[in-house]
Design a protein around this ligand. Structure first.
Ligand code: PLP
Length: 438
């Protein structure tokens, strides 16, 4: 054991096999650009932008400086009935890059909180316009919307749900969009499955549209293993929502801020939701922050009563925290300076070629890609689901490349500054691991 290693017992780690980790810890001590440094001094190429969040790469001077200066100038400002200039500035700057019409911004501290906030706004919006009977929330199988009760309920990953009781009532799910039989090894968006959006019509027929407040989906489902929307699927979902007066919420916590080649996947796919949740790349992962972007008409619906009354009884102590706002502004500047919000589109071709070169490697049953998101699905080891992909993760770590796995799927979501060589090296590490593992 490393002499400098801390006592590992007290920290109960999130989404981690604690005992296995503590037997053989992986500790990161520094980061710069595309690389982490571990406690052994090894350089580790970051294939997942930290956790789909460090889109501009690590340790960007402008962001670091902004946080340092902000901490020395205004450490905290109460967000209720008070404000500070950078909160308004950041909201305005964001509204310049959001899809058309989504120009009102509510700040949270995480993606999970952004999801809870969006769901609450959806419910309260319908009530404010006299349709308080619209209380039902619809998610999608294999969706991930964070870990709080609302997000967990509309989420569709069984391991995240099964331990926590009955969750919210009045929630239902449409079918997920993964169809390996028809779409395996599609380059970019799969051709088959737009009709899966019609599953929403099934739920409308079952529950009646008048009971449904909103549908929430990730344009690309990340945490469940890179599930892509079939061509035409999101447009169809939008049409069905419009037909029935149902709000469409896009959870862009991982697709936001350049991952798909435009600032937001809504723009890449040409479908505008009514509400959108973001986090992660909003501050380049440097300070926790999330946000909900709302259509102005939704916001304005709340602005009808007496002006001295609070319109929405919701918010967090750390909503629009000064450090997060400073980080957010400097992050937007960095994205603009380096033209990162469109770079994924330029790198997508090379990335796709590299990823799909894994097609004939052992155990690979599907490769999925879009922008700078990639997924490689493996057959599970008999009786030991998840172990094969996790072995690939460990092997890549040994090779000095950080990838992520979920189930038996390996996911890549490199920082948007990644060079062609960086992308090639990530894929090469996966190839090496696949070839030497059972
Ligand atoms: N929504 C989506 C689509 C996510 O991918 C995540 C996190 O990965 C979340 C919500 C939750 O975000 P956080 O972990 O910041 O609460």
């Amino acid at each position: 054991m490393n002499a400098k290693q801390p006592d590992l017992n007290a920290y109960w780690m999130p989404f981690t096999a604690n005992r296995q980790f503590k037997e053989s810890p992986r500790l990161l001590t520094k980061a710069d650009g595309m690389y982490f440094t571990d406690d052994q001094g090894r350089q580790v190429l970051d294939g997942i932008a930290g956790l789909w969040c460090v889109n501009a790469g690590h340790n960007r001077p402008r962001i670091v400086r902004a946080i340092q200066e902000q901490a020395a100038e205004l450490d905290f400002a109460p967000p209720f009935q008070m404000g500070h200039p950078k909160a308004f500035e950041l909201a305005s700057r964001l509204a310049e890059i959001t899809p058309e019409g989504l120009n009102r911004v509510f700040f949270t501290n995480s993606g999970s909180e952004a999801v809870e906030t969006a769901l609450k706004i959806a419910l309260a919006y319908h009530r404010a316009r006299g349709e308080g009977h619209r209380t039902r929330l619809i998610g999608r199988e294999r969706g991930y919307h964070g870990v709080n009760f609302g997000g967990m309920s509309v989420g569709g990953m069984v391991a995240n749900r099964k331990m926590f009781g009955t969750l919210l009532s009045g929630v239902d799910h449409i079918r997920h969009t993964l169809d390996i039989q028809r779409n395996a090894f599609s380059v970019g968006l799969p051709a088959h499955g737009a009709e899966l959006a019609d599953d929403l019509e099934r739920l409308v027929a079952l529950h009646d549209a008048s009971t449904i407040a909103a549908v929430i989906v990730e344009p690309i489902a990340g945490s469940a293993g890179v599930l892509l929307p079939p061509q035409g699927y999101l447009k169809r979902l939008r049409e069905i929502c419009d037909k029935h007066g149902i709000l469409l919420i896009f959870d862009e916590v991982i697709t936001g801020f350049g991952r798909t080649g435009q600032p937001f996947a809504a723009q890449t796919f040409g479908v505008t939701p009514d509400l959108m949740t973001v986090a992660k790349g909003l501050t380049n992962g440097c300070v926790p922050m999330g946000a909900v972007f709302a259509r102005q008409s939704i916001h304005d619906t709340f602005m009808q009563g007496p002006a001295h009354l609070i319109e929405l009884f919701h918010g967090y102590t750390y909503s629009a925290h000064p450090l997060a706002c400073a980080a957010g502004l400097a992050t937007l500047d960095t994205y603009a300076d380096d033209q990162l919000l469109t770079r994924a589109g330029e790198m997508a071709g090379h990335f796709a070629e590299e990823l799909h070169s894994l097609r004939n490697e052992p155990h690979v049953i599907d490769v999925r890609n879009f922008g700078l998101v990639g997924g490689v699905e493996l057959t599970p080891r008999p009786g030991e689901p998840t172990k094969r992909a996790f072995s690939v993760f460990l092997d890549c770590w040994e090779q000095g490349v950080l990838v992520r796995t979920t189930g038996d799927i390996i996911a890549l979501s490199p920082p948007l500054i990644a060079s062609r060589d960086d992308l090639s090296r990530m894929v090469a590490a996966i190839r090496t691991a696949l070839r030497r593992l059972a």
